[in-house]
Design a binder for this molecule. Structure first.
Ligand code: NAD
Length: 476
């Protein structure tokens, strides 16, 4: 089965690359038209897309889907349309003295790479497919997409809609399971963007390395929240609750665990409890609160909580409506705070990716900094507090993909900031001018003046006085 698909994918890649090569250079208007079509696809089918996402999850609020997957992505398309003329301007570079006086010129041109592959996950299935696509188009490329098998209905609808709005040599979607994904990651693309787990990211990079395909890896990790003594714990709790409970915690940038001053632990937990209760007084029948995407994912989180309990953590369920989650099959789980966690617990070893929130305490902020530095570099890092020296210390002594101060997650929604991880949380980025450059080839173009520069500079045999003079000048 995967074999036929592989042949089909190889064929489409050949056709896309050939069309791209023949039509180079494509006018900016065509790039813009592709972005506009992608925006139209999302706008004209927003309701259907929200419906299938909800069906795939079990329940997912159409309001949330409109914000996170539809409007957020359309807005990103608008941003690309506004910025791309500026992004694509060649950048003039200096040449060594006195070449400029002699008429030499140097510039970098940002040119399309060709065909870019997109492998996307299930948690924001539309956003994480069409978001990269907007910038891939802005940079003048064509695209092949393999969306997640976990949100199958959404993937099938995206396949159908892309067929309607694009020719197969501009953009094509391939659906299927992990075998199709693995075959996809082996294709000799001009660039490959993968969004998903660190474990799969390793496989993707290994597969891409066979053809030396450059990769952008948007991965996950354990994004910590530092709460300083000076934090407003009620406000911080509310903001953490919003970031943790949206999409039921199934967000790559979700606050993974809290690090709070020992003396403020209860206040911090109360803040999160109250913030959650304010937004979700009930959860089981509440359409605003998402289900966990699969039974496997649900069981993994239940097991994580049981493991923490067995190893001595105090388990606090935030269940303001006193609902009976145990007898429901809605795959909904209340926010579960773990107090007194230790490093041997699964909750402190794996990315959580759901509504479970471990809380660690420190007596000095340096302990929290050291802990974060001893573990994998996270995708996001959050600091709450008004102490600017402490904030500087936390930011300058740690490394993470990005940072939000006095809130969580928000840096990703700033379209002009590059978004990406570092080390095990990813490599490369998109959004901002950096994303345009990620999907472009920075081509250096140097124009030599008429005069014989090599002879003038003493680089041309027979070597002699001019050579010695040039060496001396360079080493001075
Ligand atoms: P996943 O790694 O299981 O799957 C992602 C994609 O990889 C899917 O399309 C899947 O079909 C494909 N895939 C599966 N096996 C493959 C293989 N052997 N070779 C190539 N591709 C393969 O991730 P997921 O469960 O869908 O998503 C959750 C993870 O994604 C979390 O770790 C989360 O942090 C991360 N994530 C990161 C970002 C980001 O922007 N950094 C955003 C969302 C999710």
């Amino acid at each position: 089965m995967a074999d036929n698909k592989t042949i089909e994918m190889q064929d489409v890649l050949r056709k896309q690359r050939s069309a791209h090569t023949q039509m180079r250079p494509e006018p900016m208007d065509l790039r813009k038209d592709r972005i506009k079509r992608a925006m139209r696809l999302l706008t004209e089918h927003s309701e259907d897309l929200c419906k299938v996402m909800s069906a795939d999850f079990g329940n997912r609020s159409p309001h949330q889907s409109m914000i996170t997957d539809i409007a957020g992505t359309v807005n990103f398309g608008k941003y690309c349309l506004k910025k791309m003329d500026g992004w694509s301007k060649p950048s003039k570079r200096s040449v060594q003295f006195p070449l400029g006086l002699l008429g030499a010129k140097a510039e970098v041109r940002y040119e399309p790479k060709g065909v870019v592959g997109i492998l996307s996950p299930w948690n924001f299935p539309v956003n994480l497919t069409f978001g990269p696509l907007m910038q891939i188009f802005a940079a003048g490329n064509r695209a092949m997409i393999k969306p997640s098998e976990f949100t199958e209905k959404t993937s099938l609808l995206m396949e159908e809609l892309v067929e309607e709005y694009f020719t197969p040599d501009e953009c094509a979607v391939f659906t299927g399971g992990p075998e199709v994904a693995a075959a996809f990651s082996e294709l000799p693309f001009d660039h490959l963007v993968f969004t998903g787990s660190t474990a799969t990211g390793r496989k993707v990079m290994e597969a891409a390395s066979k053809n030396l395909v450059p990769v952008t890896l948007e991965l996950g990790g354990k994004s910590p929240v530092f709460m300083g003594e000076s934090a407003d714990f009620a406000k911080a709790g509310e903001r953490v609750a919003l970031g943790k409970m949206m999409n039921a915690g199934q967000i790559c940038l979700a606050p993974d665990y809290l690090y709070v001053p020992e003396s403020k632990q209860d206040e911090a937990i109360h803040g999160v409890w109250q913030g959650t209760a304010n937004m979700y007084p009930t959860m089981l029948e509440n359409e605003d609160y998402a289900s966990l995407v699969s039974d496997r994912h649900f069981d993994r989180l239940q097991d994580m909580v049981a493991d923490a309990r067995d190893k001595g953590a105090e388990v606090i369920e935030v269940n303001p409506g006193n609902e009976d989650f145990g007898s429901s099959n809605a795959r909904k789980m209340p926010l579960t705070i773990l107090k007194g966690v230790t490093d041997d617990m699964k909750a402190m070893q794996e990315e959580i990716f759901g509504p479970v929130l471990p809380v660690k305490t420190y007596s000095r902020i340096e302990e929290a900094i050291d802990y974060v530095n001893e573990n994998d570099r996270p995708l996001g890092l959050y600091y709450f507090g008004e102490d600017s020296d402490e904030r500087k210390q936390v930011l300058s002594k740690t490394i993470s993909g990005g940072v939000t101060v006095n809130d969580v997650i928000f840096h990703v929604s700033m379209e002009d900031l590059p978004f990406g991880g570092v080390g095990p949380s990813g490599m490369g980025s998109y959004h901002g001018v950096e994303g345009f450059r990620e999907f472009s080839h920075a081509r250096s173009v140097y124009t030599q003046p008429k005069i014989d520069v090599a002879k003038l500079g003493g680089f041309k045999p027979p070597y002699g006085a001019a050579t010695e003079k040039a060496v001396k000048t360079m080493m001075k």
